[in-house]
Design a protein around this ligand. Structure first.
Ligand code: GLN
Length: 574
């Protein structure tokens, strides 16, 4: 519906401090406007100089979220896709590094025809051009654009400036939303509005008047403070939106709607709802299913990123956690996640005294299912393999994601196929049985020191083998994100992010020993899914791809659902 109609832009900017839920606010605005019948695209701006998020350590910066295109982006993009229920495009993501790289390359190619090249206007023009291009390629009606960082940062100023110029050119089409924070200091016990006033004044000094304030805080905003903010910040009281902390992020769109945010935004953009009903029926059903799920399903997630001080663990695995939730809620279960450190299970781990300190792997019996998620490098590898062996031998449902699949193949090779000391060459280049190995073109990238955007990235097709657990999960289930066409019903598409693959030379030996490769690339060269047959194990399956990246609240991922179903079964018996 864009085309002749003018595209609308909503900029979401943070005030006071970071980490107050700007990403979820942006996602939720997307959900509610979409529910009003508009096609919405969500865009994230990361002001850092990295060209993409691919080279960043998830321990410090959170998960790297990969789009279908293969672009490695910020974890907020994952929330956007989950809240919109659709795939985003590479144009929907922008970093300072990306913008500067383009401007500098253009300058080197005489693209500025001998002019000075300056931050303003050349960089800001490039940014504005990207706002327009994203709107054009997505063919949406409204873009909601989140500018990373907080007002007053040095780094995000040029993006805010580009947004200001866009509003100047198209005043009727641009709205600014400030997501701010209202602290309740323990010593005073009341909510303070001053930091938000200061943030608005700072934004004013940039030439921008926010149209809306989303007032985040530990508790709801009362009428008195709403009025105060309205007067001091020059924003109508009804456009000051109370956004207290709540239990689940998925309730945020519903809370915004209680404050009538959707209609107020449309009004500010001279638009009217296109739906008679509120359009959030399915979302509400999902939220109430989540709220009413009481019976627990206990899942152990074995990772390595757990010993890094203050870092928020859940950020590194956010898509995995959300994927578990979606499927668990669909089954009427409440997920109880335990984070176990892979290193603790390493038979050789010691506390420095030379004494083996390995945690009893048998504690895993207390869980209904075990997940080994994606990862890189050596830390905790032998611990993970130990865990996988225990889950396989004791018939505990096991789900391996990327590294978790590769290590399941290593474990199976060592302990079932008789390939002693089998390994991935990521860990041991001298292994006698390199069952997981790097692909030749990947070797070239690494030799040249090219690490950014060089992995096998993004969506690749995979052909399922009929009769397998994977096939039954995808094809046999009624709901989910795959519209499997009858003529092509075995073909799925999943997202990747890895350098290593199952070594084709060992496929026959592994199959002979009983491992089933239930998904492979259409040319049959790359193994995408490995599993054990149902008669050998209730659920033992690993994927070379990252299914969690395409799991959505209203379309839970088939494989997560199949895993959790098996886990819930075990829970009943346990
Ligand atoms: N380290 C492995 C590889 O590069 C797995 C990567 C991952 O789990 N995302 O192939």
């Amino acid at each position: 519906m864009s085309g002749a109609k003018r595209h609308k832009y909503i900029f979401v900017i943070g005030g006071v401090m970071s980490g107050v839920g700007k990403g979820i606010a942006t996602s939720s605005i997307g959900t509610i406007l979409q529910a009003k019948g508009f096609s919405v695209s969500l865009m994230k701006i990361d002001p850092y100089l990295n060209v993409d998020a691919g080279t960043m350590n998830p321990t410090e910066h959170g998960e790297v979220f990969v789009l279908n295109s293969g672009l490695e982006t910020d974890q907020d993009m994952g929330n956007y896709e989950r809240f919109l229920g659709r795939d985003l495009l590479p144009e929907d993501y922008m970093t300072s590094g990306m913008v500067y790289q383009h401007v500098i390359e253009k300058e080197r190619a005489l693209g500025y025809k001998g002019k000075f090249v300056e931050a303003i206007p050349h960089v800001t023009d490039e940014i504005r051009g990207r706002f327009l291009r994203a709107a054009e390629v997505s063919q949406s009606d409204i873009s909601v654009i989140e500018i990373g960082g907080t007002v007053g940062d040095y780094q995000n100023f040029l993006f805010i400036e580009a947004a200001r110029v866009l509003r100047l050119r198209q005043p009727a089409d641009v709205v600014f939303v400030l997501v701010s924070y209202l602290p309740v200091p323990g010593t005073i016990g009341e909510m303070k509005t001053k930091p938000t006033q200061t943030a608005v004044h700072q934004l004013n000094s940039y030439g921008i008047q926010p149209d809306f304030i989303i007032a985040r805080g530990p508790v709801a905003l009362d009428g008195k403070r709403k009025e105060k903010l309205a007067v001091w910040c020059n924003v109508e009281a009804e456009r000051v939106i109370s956004a207290p902390d709540i239990e689940s992020i998925y309730e945020v769109p519903l809370n915004f709607e209680k404050e009538n945010l959707g209609n107020l935004l449309l009004q500010a953009l001279s638009l009217k709802t296109r739906r008679r009903r509120d359009g959030l029926e399915k979302w509400k059903k999902f939220v109430s299913r989540a709220q009413s799920a009481k019976e627990e399903v206990k899942i152990a997630v074995i990772g390595k990123y757990f010993d890094t001080g203050d870092f928020i663990l859940s950020d590194a695995y956010i898509s995995v956690i959300e994927a578990i939730k979606h499927s668990a809620y669909a089954l009427g279960r409440k997920p109880a996640l335990a984070w176990l450190n892979a290193k603790d299970f390493d038979p050789k781990s010691d506390d420095g005294s030379g004494k083996a300190m390995a945690k009893e792997v048998a504690t895993l019996r207390d869980f209904d299912g075990v997940i080994v998620p994606g990862g890189f490098g050596e830390t905790g590898i032998e611990g993970k393999i130990k865990v996988i062996q225990f889950a396989r031998e004791n018939k505990i449902p096991y789900f391996g994601l990327c590294y978790g699949m590769q290590l399941a193949v290593v474990e199976f090779a060592r302990h079932v196929a008789g390939l002693k000391d089998a390994n991935t060459t990521e860990i041991n280049k001298e292994t006698p049985y390199p069952v997981i190995d790097i692909m030749p073109e990947q070797k070239k990238h690494m030799a040249a020191g090219k690490y950014g955007a060089t992995m096998r990235l993004g969506a690749y097709p995979c052909v399922l083998k009929p009769g397998t657990a994977a096939f039954k999960a995808y094809v046999g289930s009624k709901s989910g994100n795959y519209k499997l066409k009858t003529e092509n019903y075995k073909l799925i598409s999943e997202r990747h992010r890895h350098r290593y693959e199952v070594n084709p030379e060992y496929i026959a030996a592994l199959e002979k020993a009983g491992l089933i490769f239930s998904g492979a690339s259409p040319d049959g060269v790359l193994m995408e899914i490995a599993e054990l047959p149902r008669r050998a194990h209730p659920f033992f399956l690993g994927t070379q791809f990252h299914p969690e990246l395409q799991a959505r609240p209203l379309a839970p991922h088939h494989l997560f659902t199949a895993f959790l179903k098996a886990a819930a079964e075990r829970g009943k018996k346990r």
